[in-house]
Design a protein around this ligand. Structure first.
Ligand code: 13P
Length: 248
């Protein structure tokens, strides 16, 4: 059985004052039956990890460099993120793939770096609107998944997030049948490649998840949680999503 995870991705949002949202969440969730994670911008990782240190909420990063150290101005390695207090790193988010031309091979290298640093990788995949309208969603996600993952995986240190690009920040969500179709195909693809341990990999859905639609999404087979953008910025909204996952 895959563990359940409610993960928040703050993207390029938040300054020190916004740490109050993390503190509020820690006050509300002193224990939980599900895993909870917040990924603030890199500037807030250390103070957030400090605030969350006695809570069940983990702190993560949104990207890393594939090398451990070296002449890469402005980049941050997985080892440095671990040192700063992160225990998870998101790799291959569609905004990184689009804004920084990250390929599946880049995502795979970064994912290997995250695992080598002893952190948990959340590897993102998902089709664009054009690809869905062309009937290629399954094929695109299948290919991204195979090319973005290392050959050797530790099921306790890997999470997959299906985030259709057209559903991110748009308020548009695929039908529950569409989510079910992709998630079933991802589970089958992972089982074919990695064997029975694929059953233990959390498969998250991401894209316009809100407290109002979370319960329906979490009831879909092979959906083990969510990667949440906008609705993770406010403790009250994210708490509603976490509670829906706990109840699922
Ligand atoms: P929204 O929840 O704002 O649609 O963002 C989803 C996302 O990209 C999380 O990584």
């Amino acid at each position: 059985m895959a563990r359940k995870l409610a993960a928040g991705n703050w993207k390029m949002n938040g300054v020190t004052a916004n740490l109050a949202e993390a503190a509020a969440l820690a006050k509300e969730f002193v224990a939980s039956s599900v895993d909870i994670l917040l990924c603030p911008p890199a500037t807030l990782i250390t103070p957030m990890a400090q605030i969350l240190k006695d809570s069940p909420i983990a702190t993560g990063a949104q990207d890393c460099h594939s090398n451990e150290s070296g002449a890469h101005t402005g980049d941050i390695s997985a080892a440095q993120l671990a040192d700063a207090g992160a225990t998870y790193v998101i790799t291959g988010h569609s905004e990184r793939r689009a804004d920084h031309s990250e390929s599946d091979a880049d995502v795979r290298s970064k994912t290997e770096a995250v695992c080598a640093a002893g952190l948990t990788a959340i590897v993102c995949v998902g089709e664009t609107l054009g690809q869905r309208e062309a009937g290629d969603a399954l094929k695109v996600v299948h290919g991204q998944l195979l090319r973005s993952l290392p050959d050797e995986i530790d099921a306790t240190k890997l999470v997959i997030a299906y985030e259709p690009v057209w559903a991110i920040g748009t308020g548009k969500v695929p039908t529950l049948a569409e989510i079910a179709e992709i998630h079933a195909d991802m589970r089958a693809t992972l089982t074919e490649r990695f064997g029975d341990i694929a059953a233990d990999l959390p498969l998250l859905y991401g894209g316009s998840v809100k407290p109002s639609n979370a319960a329906d999404i979490f009831a879909v087979a092979d959906v083990d949680g969510a990667l949440v953008g906008g609705a993770s910025l406010k403790a009250a909204d994210f708490a509603g999503i976490i509670s829906a996952l706990e109840a699922s």
